[in-house]
Design a protein. Sequence first.
Length: 325
Amino acid sequence: MENILSQEEIDALLSGLESGKIDTTPEKPEEGKVKPFDFRNFAISTRLKIPGIDVINDALARSLRLGFSTMLREMVDMTNIPTQMERFRDFMNKIPVPTSIHIFKLEPLKGNSLLIIDAPLVFVFVERFLGGGERKIIKVEGREFTPIEQKLIKRVVDMIFLELEKAWKNVYPVKPKYIRGEVNPQFARVLQPEETVLVTGFNLDLETISGKILFCYSLSSFQPIKEKLYSPYQIEEVVDAKWRRSLEQIILNSEVSLTALLGKGKISLGDLVHLKEGDVILLDKKAEEPLEIKIEDIPKIQGKMGVFKRHLAIQVEKFITSQEE
């Protein structure tokens, strides 16, 4: 409350502005504080909200969580990494050596993409594939992956690509095509250094270790399908077949009321009062005309009345469409 001006101070300020005693000329920037901006070499690091990519990542995380838990024989906790846009050069400069880097294409989209798996995760997968137990400390500096390790980690990559294809199915059908694998980021620069890329992925947390699995996509490859990535849509959920059959059976066994309208007629209240047995009431339909059958008071069928196995029955002739209703 101490910074609020009193009425006398406000009046003095206004009078000073009118008389010119208070200088309203903006201050010139001090020399050395203004810096030139290089539009060609500025760094991009922006979080994006792309509905299509978010849905793909959510579906991929669910399937990979189950697959990795089965492979590693322990529960794996996965969290999505927010999608970011940055220069390809800046992204590659942050990747350490060694790292399991896999180059692939999302056919029929153009351009190359990268799948990056942190080295600690690679060694965990290899240990489990070879029957080893938990390793408390994994030293990755100063070494490369052996041919056996690269062959074993390819099993993980194939599983990721299989689930990636399924996750993309609800947005745009693609098929990942594997090109090659690298360990050093210097040999995986498949895009122009200044090209803008989308980086997304997951954090994997195990009991003893954690690491990242990242996807690097060229922004230009998504230009033909950008409307699909930004437009809202429904996700095709996996439905339990047993639950679906049970629900169908319940619906098919539900009872509904069915009434047949013989016709309509008008009668005065006086005639209604004096009605007696044997009197005839004229309806607006002839005997040979089809009757209107209502299901839950909604006209759905037209048919003829008759007798079937000593029961009054209606023979269906036509189903009423929504326009005819």
